[in-house]
Design a binder for this molecule. Structure first.
Ligand SMILES: *[C@@H]1O[C@H](CO)[C@@H](O)[C@H](O)[C@H]1NC(C)=O
Ligand SMILES: *[C@@H]1O[C@H](CO)[C@@H](O)[C@H](O)[C@H]1NC(C)=O
Ligand SMILES: *[C@@H]1O[C@H](CO)[C@@H](O)[C@H](O)[C@H]1NC(C)=O
Ligand SMILES: *[C@@H]1O[C@H](CO)[C@@H](O)[C@H](O)[C@H]1NC(C)=O
Ligand SMILES: *[C@@H]1O[C@H](CO)[C@@H](O)[C@H](O)[C@H]1NC(C)=O
Ligand SMILES: *[C@@H]1O[C@H](CO)[C@@H](O)[C@H](O)[C@H]1NC(C)=O
Ligand SMILES: *[C@@H]1O[C@H](CO)[C@@H](O)[C@H](O)[C@H]1NC(C)=O
Ligand SMILES: *[C@@H]1O[C@H](CO)[C@@H](O)[C@H](O)[C@H]1NC(C)=O
Ligand SMILES: *[C@@H]1O[C@H](CO)[C@@H](O)[C@H](O)[C@H]1NC(C)=O
Ligand SMILES: *[C@@H]1O[C@H](CO)[C@@H](O)[C@H](O)[C@H]1NC(C)=O
Ligand SMILES: *[C@@H]1O[C@H](CO)[C@@H](O)[C@H](O)[C@H]1NC(C)=O
Length: 511
């Protein structure tokens, strides 16, 4: 699909009465043909870069002992100057590169070779402190500040973190010990966090042993996460794989194209420019071909916590998840919540495999959360050795503080699951709504389970309403059975814009 940039040029410095000329420009691929093709490394990306440099050029030392925090900061600071001149790529060559937290920049690619290992420092002075996220109101491990993520970016556009399956090792054991001993004064760092940004790609990497969550895009949009291998011990605390969280940017739909609107405001002394991404959706996240083994949820879609999330008032929506494999004995393959107070809507998950996992798709919410979880579509699940196939929890608790509003009830509706094969699952479903706040529009079709323990109550449904068809074992009465032979729970036909984004083939000279 073509990508079109729209520029609106306005010639008045007052908001009222803009006279704008609008130009539509079909953007051209920015990749340059480079001579000496044989020396070039190719990789797929949302945008290619004109300039490239190696961490070694900036004093990096890949011996696993020397700190490279300054080298990363210096390199990225330097390369940020190429943002308006075709962008830049920073190669991290084979070796072991110890580093504390560093910040990304716009129009930038971080590239890890196959034998590259980035090692996260265990020296807390290498991790700056950030304030807590507004939609959470507090840190999850400690009420006040939090450590910056290992790889952090805020207020950016067009950022790629990729490679030939190189490794980022969070060396999380240091942080997990402190967590277990209750010694954390600040919330643990995440591995990769991107805030207030758009056009982000994180792909073809091996991520291991994060101190806490692995990948956390928040207040961001147009995100592609692809080909990640994520692993942490299954008893490590809060090592969620990928947590798409809260959108922020303003969107308008125009024929399903992506637009960037740049408004220039001129007067005789000053020129201002404002840029907005305009697409027909909010978060627009695509997660595909990932393998995750983790101590917590493989993927957790979130949108703010209790009164803080309600006040922030921004949902997570338009999220595509496909071809995911998950192992998580104590958590879910895909969790929706528990922080869902800004709302979660339009999640489409397809072709999912879970092995040795507590539950497949789990909704977690509670009185006081407010918000909603609606229009959830899941198609094609292959499950093996699970505690629950379907699990919805209306009494999750776990509040930010005691100031939550007991009248803030979540709206859970339009939850669709179909085409499920499950083997060795102890319970088919535990669907628990909230008294006087039933969870409605639950649909389950075409499901078969082998080797479940029929001595156990297979369906435990309370305060839910919905339908089922072609489901065995026989579902609870609250999911009334459709008589029609050919009844399938819905799954949207039309694609989200993020699904049509094609990656370009980029290349750079190997170092
Ligand atoms: C950093 O940027 C400056 C100016 O853009 C450039 O001259 C210099 O070569 C760059 N590289 C290093 C390693 O400093
Ligand atoms: C990264 O950016 C954040 C927010 O601007 C800042 O607080 C932090 O100190 C920066 N980190 C580094 C390592 O420069
Ligand atoms: C980033 O953007 C947010 C939202 O527009 C704004 O509140 C914040 O001040 C910006 N931060 C920086 C470091 O520019
Ligand atoms: C990436 O590396 C991990 C860990 O070594 C491995 O399991 C996985 O198969 C690799 N993926 C690809 C696409 O090479
Ligand atoms: C990146 O990962 C994707 C999806 O797993 C795969 O198809 C592609 O070949 C990988 N690319 C490289 C350069 O390794
Ligand atoms: C241009 O805009 C700036 C900021 O709004 C304002 O301070 C300045 O007075 C304006 N100049 C003229 C000539 O209108
Ligand atoms: C504002 O931009 C215009 C071109 O769009 C340029 O001619 C003019 O010099 C700029 N003015 C200032 C104050 O930068
Ligand atoms: C899911 O799997 C089915 C059957 O193998 C295949 O036809 C379909 O294209 C897959 N969908 C995605 C999004 O991978
Ligand atoms: C299922 O039940 C059996 C017997 O009670 C137990 O040993 C097993 O751990 C359970 N499996 C899961 C995934 O909870
Ligand atoms: C039922 O689900 C199975 C397993 O996902 C799938 O192969 C089959 O095509 C589905 N049947 C219908 C009628 O959709
Ligand atoms: C069914 O679920 C309800 C609500 O969560 C719980 O109180 C009850 O103990 C469960 N029943 C069985 C037999 O597990």
């Amino acid at each position: 699909m073509a990508i079109i940039n729209m520029y609106a040029k306005c010639t008045n410095s007052y908001v009222v009465g803009f006279i704008c000329t609008i130009l539509l420009l079909r953007s051209v691929a920015e990749c340059r043909e480079v001579n000496g093709v044989l020396e070039n490394l190719e990789y797929p990306a949302i945008s290619c870069r004109k300039h490239s440099a190696s961490l070694i050029d900036f004093g990096g030392v890949g011996d696993g002992k020397t700190s490279n925090t300054k080298a990363f900061q210096y390199a990225i600071g330097n390369l940020s100057h190429y943002g308006s001149d075709g962008g830049a790529l920073l190669v991290v060559p084979p070796g072991k590169w110890l580093t504390g937290s560093f910040n990304l920049t716009s129009h930038f690619t971080l590239f890890l070779h196959r034998d590259t290992i980035i090692l996260a420092s265990q020296d807390e002075s290498e991790w700056p402190e950030l304030s807590v996220l507004p939609s959470y109101g507090r840190g999850r491990d400690a009420p006040d500040g939090r450590f910056s993520s290992l790889i952090f970016g805020t207020n950016l556009t067009d950022v790629v973190v990729t490679g030939y399956n190189g490794t980022i090792d969070g060396q999380g054991s240091y942080w997990w010990d402190k967590f277990h001993k209750g010694e954390l004064k600040l919330t643990r760092p995440y591995m990769i966090e991107i805030m207030f940004s758009d056009h982000i790609q994180i792909s073809n990497l091996t991520l291991i042993n994060s101190p806490s969550w692995f990948v956390h895009p928040i207040y961001s949009s147009d995100i592609i996460i692809q080909g990640l291998t994520i692993a942490a011990p299954t008893d490590s605390p809060n090592t969620d794989g990928i947590d798409p969280d809260v959108c922020f940017i303003l969107y308008i739909s125009v024929f399903n194209y992506y637009y960037t609107l740049t408004i220039l405001v001129e007067n005789s002394t000053t020129n201002y420019s404002f840029s907005f991404s305009l697409t027909d959706s909010c978060t627009n996240t695509r997660i595909e071909d990932c393998n995750i083994v983790s101590g917590d949820d493989c993927i957790a879609v979130k949108s703010g916590w209790d009164e803080y999330g309600i006040k922030f008032g921004m949902p997570s929506q338009h999220i595509v998840i496909r071809r995911l494999t998950c192992v998580s004995p104590d958590s879910a393959m895909i969790a929706l919540g528990s922080e869902m107070s800004g709302g979660i809507q339009d999640v489409r998950a397809e072709n999912l495999t879970a092995i040795d996992t507590e539950s497949a798709v789990r909704i977690k919410t509670a009185v006081g959360r407010g918000g909603y979880v609606k229009d959830i579509f899941v198609k094609g699940m292959n499950l093996n050795n699970m505690k629950y196939v379907f699990w919805i929890t209306g009494s999750y608790g776990s509040h930010a503080d005691n100031d939550f509003d007991p009248k803030a009830l979540p709206d859970i509706s339009g939850i669709n699951y179909r085409d499920v094969i499950a083997d060795y699952c102890n319970y088919t479903a535990k669907l628990e709504g909230i008294p006087n706040d039933p969870f409605t529009g639950i649909c389950i079709s075409n499901m078969s389970i082998t080797n479940s323990d029929m001595k156990k109550l297979q369906w435990n449904c309370t305060d839910v309403e919905g339908v089922s068809s072609n489901v065995s074992p026989v579902p609870c009465e609250l999911l009334s059975q459709k008589e029609e032979k050919k009844f399938d729970c819905p799954f949207p036909d039309e694609k989200l814009p993020i699904e049509s984004v094609m990656l370009k083939t980029c290349s750079f000279k190997s170092v």
